[in-house]
Design a protein around this ligand. Structure first.
Ligand code: BGC
Length: 791
């Protein structure tokens, strides 16, 4: 292969080589016909494969988000999920998925916490390893990201993480090391700096990545992360999106001037050709991936969602046994978050909300109780028709003055336009629809976007404004643009012609336009009182609470762990009105739950993907067990959190001064008890563990299901070293195993303890401290009944 690649390389002149490493489109790597290399579309990928375009006409399967996948602790499931991701990639004609996201949950405030797996490097590495192997087994590249220490979002382009070598090696680099071992064909370099150099210019790309670990794939920059020509040409191999202006001609010049050796460019091109060979873009076609039928995909996502749900407490109310009436409350029950916001977003083929899912199997009555967001929503398809065709949806026109460049029917109220030649050429973009009020009252009608926008209702222009982005982050600007609206009192069935016109602004090579509405609604107090009344008069109350896109998404960190709006107040009042109150928490990361000891059960669902409602119905009725175990510690209050700050200091420095003590390691060190510890989660049966034996680095225990139904348990093994000569965590996860057993059945759980679990990083490299380690085995970091000495 090396010879074959070198044969191709000699056929390329310098400009051709530089074209290959500078990208060809927003989500497209360059090709070169003269050597049989196809262009290579890629797609964001952590929790579904969006495709090269962001377009509702080409929808995707929406998977549980990263935290949810890690909460399953289940490598076999990840193997199936990887096959589905690969099948989606092939269906969408993309060669690579930009995932998994394997940064760590250093602070619960981290904005992309939902997308990452865990606070623990080993659990993260195990899940990442399974993900990468499974996707790539089908000839589609994975792309573990963001290398490295992009563990929070605040000022992510300028933040400079200050961390010592041991901390990097043992925690933040470890999941990348394991992903490279798993054979990753691509790694994404992060926006942030580490110890003074941006990650596209950082020596960490040489060592340990390409040197010690032998990574022979492509280092792709995070989108727009290349901020220098020669500097980034050292370790970064490909600048995206393309064609990236700082590379291209300036890089060619830098080579001619001798600032960048041509051999460095050759190395990058070799890597790209090797990548192309692996994904089937060189001389031929990619390997076929077995297709996933729609039903099979739905079934897998539904199962994964219930395996991820963590039952934090339960007084026996769950599973529900034929309740006469269930009060379903919370605005997230009807408008939940299926996925996290930002580049992880996909447009699902279909979704089931808790309201839809539970209504199919339980006698549900619903009211939101709280208005979670003041924001309008993209106009729903059942309320709007395309004036040209009369179909549900909107008419999108690209205009240059009076010339119509293109006109198309669209089936979504919110559109993301990039990589689309018409969008680039158009001076204005127009979205028009005929809105039909499905209820009488005061409607809000408006738009979301950045640029010069107007709103015209029934031919009368009612808004005209140049809207500037709220923050500096381009992704946030694109995905969470400011909204403007007018109010109109409409009778039920009344129709209005709505026209949103936008001359794009913002200077980003992508744009979004949204036609938005806010339905009439009861006053906050009336709505709240209605919910309490429903709870009081029902058998059981199920309250679905959660975060919103405004507080938990890519591009910024959270500032609080409180649930937004009056949700805490709602849960407390509902629990006072009905002792059988079950709270379902729909957030990607921990939130404070001041009422948690006053309710009958708390179920944490994360962002569970498109089948949320069906999976929730399975778990609440007991058709499925809630399988999840916490991949991250849930605090009682933000004040208790031992590692919290994600705000860089005025000189951009973000010191990781806690060193190796993050997550449960820091909690154990601080001696403060969280609300729910790492590894915790209940099922619908009970277990006893006994008979721990150790042989070499293999631990075996007997897990007995002592309850009345079949169940699943995650047996966890932790090491500690009480009299160590080095600073160590109180204990650390060393291995785990998933077991299943029928009622009354005993099974043997075998936990492999990798050598690395015994090693620590020193200036001389990895070493095992002589002497014995204490092994403790159980079902969470603080429920560890079995002990043995090793070594
Ligand atoms: C994100 C990446 C993503 C890329 C392309 C960036 O802003 O950090 O995770 O893959 O955009 O969408």
């Amino acid at each position: 292969m090396t010879d074959a690649i070198d044969d191709l390389l000699v056929k390329l002149d310098l400009p051709a080589k530089i074209r290959l490493i500078s990208g060809a489109g927003f989500f497209r790597f360059a090709g070169d016909e003269s050597i049989g290399l196809a262009e290579m579309p890629v797609s964001d990928g952590p929790s579904g494969v969006r495709g090269e375009q962001w377009d509702e006409r080409d929808p995707s399967v929406s998977l549980p988000s990263g935290t949810a996948l890690a909460a399953t602790w289940d490598r076999d499931l990840l193997t199936d999920i990887g096959a589905l991701i690969a099948a989606e990639a092939r269906r969408k004609d993309v060669y690579a998925v930009l995932g998994p996201t394997i940064n760590l949950h250093r602070s619960p405030l981290g904005g992309r916490h939902f997308e990452c797996f865990s606070e623990d490097p080993m659990l993260t590495a195990e899940i990442a390893d399974a993900y990468v192997r499974a996707v790539q087994a089908h000839g589609v590249s994975a792309c573990p990201k963001h290398y490295v220490a992009n563990d929070s979002e605040n000022e992510r382009f300028t933040a400079d993480v200050i961390a010592d070598e041991r901390t990097l090696r043992e925690l933040y680099l470890y999941p990348f090391e394991r992903s490279v071992e798993a054979g990753a064909w691509m790694v994404m370099a992060a926006y942030n700096s580490v110890n003074g150099a941006t990650m596209t210019e950082n020596d960490l790309l040489d060592e340990p990545l390409k040197g010690e670990w032998g990574f022979d794939g492509v280092v792709v920059s995070d989108w727009t992360a290349v901020r220098s020509t020669a500097g980034a040409a050292k370790g970064n191999d490909l600048a995206m999106p393309g064609p990236w202006e700082l590379w291209g001609a300036p890089l060619e010049q830098a080579v001619r001037d001798g600032q960048v050796p041509e051999s460095a460019i050759d190395d990058k091109v070799r890597r790209i050709l090797r990548f192309a060979e692996r994904v089937g873009a060189l001389h031929g076609t990619p390997t076929p991936v077995p297709a996933f039928g729609e039903d099979a995909a739905r079934q897998l996502v539904r199962e994964a969602a219930s395996l991820a749900m963590v039952l934090a407490t339960n007084d026996g109310t769950l599973p529900l046994r034929e309740p006469a009436r269930v009060a379903l409350l919370g605005s997230a029950a009807a408008e939940p978050r299926f996925m996290g916001g930002g580049s992880a977003t996909v447009i699902p083929t279909r979704t089931t909300s808790p309201l839809q899912g539970l209504s199919e199997v339980l006698p549900v009555v619903y009211t939101p109780g709280v208005h979670l967001s003041e924001n309008m929503i993209p106009v729903p398809l059942d309320l709007v028709t395309d004036p040209e065709t009369g179909e549900p949806g909107l008419r999108l026109r690209y205009l240059d003055g009076d010339t119509v460049l293109a006109s198309e029917h669209r089936g979504a109220g919110s559109l993301m336009l990039f990589g689309n030649p018409n969008a680039v050429q158009a001076k204005t973009i127009e979205l028009r629809g005929r809105l039909r009020a499905d209820m009488a009252g005061e409607w809000r009608i408006g738009f979301a976007g950045v640029g010069a926008l107007t709103l015209t209702l029934d031919g009368e222009q009612v808004l005209d404004e140049t809207v500037l982005p709220d923050g500096a982050d381009p992704v946030e600007m694109l995905l969470n643009p400011p909204q403007r609206f007018v109010t109109r009192t409409l009778a039920e069935g009344e129709e209005v012609d709505v026209l949103v016109r936008m001359a794009p602004g913002g200077g980003f090579p992508a744009m979004g336009i949204t036609c938005a509405v806010g339905r009439p609604r009861r006053s906050d107090d009336e709505e709240f009182a209605a919910a309490i009344e429903l709870a009081r008069t029902s058998d059981v109350a199920v309250v679905v609470v959660g975060t919103t896109e405004q507080i938990e998404s890519e591009g910024f960190d959270r500032t609080t762990l409180r649930l937004p709006g009056r949700q805490d107040e709602l849960v407390a009042a509902v629990a006072a009105a009905n002792p059988r109150t079950v709270v379902v928490v729909n957030s990607g990361s921990p939130v404070e739950m001041p009422w948690r000891d006053d309710v009958a059960a708390v179920l944490l669902t994360w962002f569970p993907g498109q089948e949320f409602g069906s999976a929730l119905a399975d778990v609440l009725t007991g058709a499925a067990e809630p399988g999840g175990r916490l991949p991250t510690t849930w605090p009682k209050t933000i004040d208790d959190v031992p590692v919290l700050n994600t705000k860089p200091e005025p000189d951009n420095a973000l010191p990781y001064s806690e060193g190796i003590h993050i997550g449960y390691r820091a909690w154990l060190k601080s001696g403060v008890a969280p609300a729910y510890p790492f590894g915790h989660g209940l099922g619908y049966t009970t277990w006893e563990l006994d008979g721990l034996t150790v042989s070499g680095r293999t631990a075996t225990v007997t897990a007995r299901n002592t309850g009345a139904r079949a169940g699943r348990q995650v047996v966890q093994a932790y090491l500690s070293r009480p009299d160590s000569a080095v600073d160590r965590p109180v204990r650390w996860l060393a291995g785990f195993a998933v077991v299943e057993a029928g009622a009354g059945e005993s099974v043997s759980a075998t936990v492999e303890l990798p050598k690395r679990s015994f090693e620590h990083w020193t200036e001389q490299g990895w070493v095992v401290e002589p002497g014995s380690f204490t092994l403790r085995v159980g079902t969470s970091v603080t429920a560890l009944p079995l002990t043995a000495e090793i070594g």
